[in-house]
Design a protein around this ligand. Structure first.
Ligand code: NAI
Length: 346
C-alpha cells in the first residue's frame, strides 16, 4: 500500500434514541477533528428501529454489524415492564459480546472522590439477563407470581474470568477482585466464584493479586474506600449495578464509557441510557460516548488517537473549564463540542 494511502475501517453507527443523536453528533465532530479512520454505515435500532421499520433490532442493523464487526452505539430505549425486549441485550446475544468492560476514572479532580481508577468487567451474556421469565396467573390476577431463572455456565464463567485476568495483566493492573453472592445463590454465582478461584490457582497465582468479595459488601466498600479495588469481575446483574455505582464515583453517568467485546464483534457505547428527561434540549454530556469512541480507537490499535481524545476531554474540562450542566457547568452540548474541536485543531 502506498504510504500516502489512508487506512479506512468500516464501522456501524447507531445514533440511538433520546439524547443519542445529540451525543453522537458531538462524537463524530471530535472524531473528524482527529481524522479517525472510521467509515460509518448508519443504522437504526431501539425505538428508532420501531419507528422506522417496526423492529427494535432491524435485520439491516444486524447485517451491518455482521459485516463490519465494529460499532459505535448511542443509547437505545427499552420499555419498562412489558413491550419489546431490550435491543442491547439482543445485540449482546447475537454477537456473543460476552465481556462488558466499564472503566471508571477520575477526570475532574476535587469531586467527592479523587484519583479513582477502576475497571469493572461484567459478564454480558448469562446470569439473570437470559430473559427466562414468566408470570403465573392465580385467581384472575395474570401477574400473581413473577419468576426469573438465571443461568451461568462453566464455559461462560471461564471465558469472562480469563478475559479479566488477561486484561488486568496486559494493562499492568495489580489486583483482580471477583464479586459474587455465593453464600446465598450457591449454584448461580457459586460456579462463577469457583471458576475464578480455580483459574487463579492454575494460571495466575504469583502474577497478580486475587481476592473475592460478596456483592453487598463490595457495594458498601466502593463507597467507603474505592481505592482498595483495581479490576473487578462479576456476573451480569451485579456488574450492571456496580458499574453505575462506579460511574457515580467519577462524576456520574455522563462520564462512564463501556465496551461490549466478543468473538464476533465489538460494540462501544456510553453506560447511560437515552436520558428522555433532557433529550432534545441540547444539554447532554457527550463525554461518555466520546470516551467509548476512544476505547474503540484503542481496540483498532489506534491508541495514539484514543489518547488525543482523552487529552482533549481532560484539557477542556480542567483547563478551559467548559462543562455541561451535569458536571456543574453551563455549556451546551454544542459549546462543549466546539471547545473540544478547538483544542484538537490547535
Ligand atoms: P438514563 O441513563 O437515561 O438517565 C438517568 C439520569 O442520568 C437522568 O437524569 C439523565 O438525564 C441523566 N443522564 C444520562 N445520560 C446523561 C448525559 N449524557 N448527560 C447528562 N445527563 C445524563 O437512565 P433511565 O432514565 O433509567 O433510562 C432511560 C432509557 O434508556 C430506558 O429506556 C432504558 O432502558 C434505556 N437505557 C439504555 C441503555 C443503553 O442503550 N446502553 C443503558 C441504560 C438505559
Amino acid at each position: 500500500m502506498p504510504a500516502t494511502q489512508k487506512v479506512i475501517i468500516p464501522a456501524t453507527l447507531i445514533p440511538g434514541d433520546g439524547v443519542g443523536p445529540e451525543i453522537t453528533e458531538a462524537t463524530l465532530a471530535v472524531l473528524d477533528a482527529i481524522g479517525a479512520p472510521f467509515v460509518w454505515d448508519r443504522q437504526v435500532a431501539g425505538l428508532g428501529g420501531v419507528v422506522a421499520c417496526g423492529d427494535p433490532l432491524p435485520p439491516a442493523c444486524v447485517e451491518s454489524i455482521r459485516h463490519t464487526r465494529l460499532a459505535l452505539k448511542g443509547p437505545l430505549e427499552t420499555p419498562v415492564a412489558g413491550g419489546y425486549r431490550s435491543s442491547n441485550v439482543r445485540l449482546r446475544e447475537e454477537f456473543k459480546l460476552y465481556a462488558n468492560l466499564r472503566p471508571g476514572k477520575t477526570i475532574i479532580p476535587g469531586g467527592r472522590y479523587d484519583n479513582i481508577d477502576l475497571v469493572l468487567v461484567r459478564e454480558n451474556n448469562e446470569g439473570l439477563y437470559m430473559g427466562y421469565e414468566h408470570f403465573i396467573p392465580i385467581d384472575g390476577d395474570p401477574h400473581a407470581v413473577g419468576m426469573s431463572t438465571g443461568v451461568n455456565t462453566r464455559q461462560g464463567c471461564r471465558r469472562i474470568c480469563r478475559f479479566a485476568f488477561e486484561y488486568a495483566l496486559r494493562l499492568g493492573r495489580k489486583k483482580v477482585t471477583v464479586v459474587h453472592k455465593a453464600n446465598i445463590m450457591k449454584a448461580l454465582t457459586g460456579i462463577f466464584l469457583e471458576t475464578a478461584r480455580e483459574m487463579y490457582e492454575a494460571d495466575y497465582k504469583g502474577r497478580i493479586v486475587f481476592e473475592e468479595i460478596i456483592v453487598d459488601a463490595c457495594a458498601m466498600k466502593l463507597v467507603m474506600n474505592p481505592w482498595q479495588f483495581d479490576v473487578l469481575v462479576t456476573t451480569n446483574l451485579f456488574g450492571d449495578i456496580l458499574s453505575d455505582e462506579i460511574a457515580g464515583l467519577v462524576g456520574g453517568l455522563g462520564m462512564a464509557p463501556g465496551a461490549n467485546i466478543g468473538e464476533d464483534a465489538a460494540i462501544f457505547e456510553a453506560v447511560h441510557g437515552s436520558a428522555p428527561d433532557i433529550a432534545g434540549k441540547g444539554i447532554a454530556n457527550p463525554t461518555a460516548l466520546l470516551l467509548a469512541a476512544a476505547m474503540m480507537l484503542d481496540h483498532v490499535e489506534r491508541s495514539d488517537l484514543g489518547d488525543r481524545v482523552r487529552t482533549a476531554v481532560d484539557q477542556v474540562l480542567n483547563i478551559d473549564q467548559v462543562r455541561t450542566g451535569d458536571l456543574g457547568g453551563w455549556a451546551s452540548t454544542k459549546e462543549y463540542t466546539a471547545a473540544l474541536v478547538k483544542r484538537l485543531s490547535a
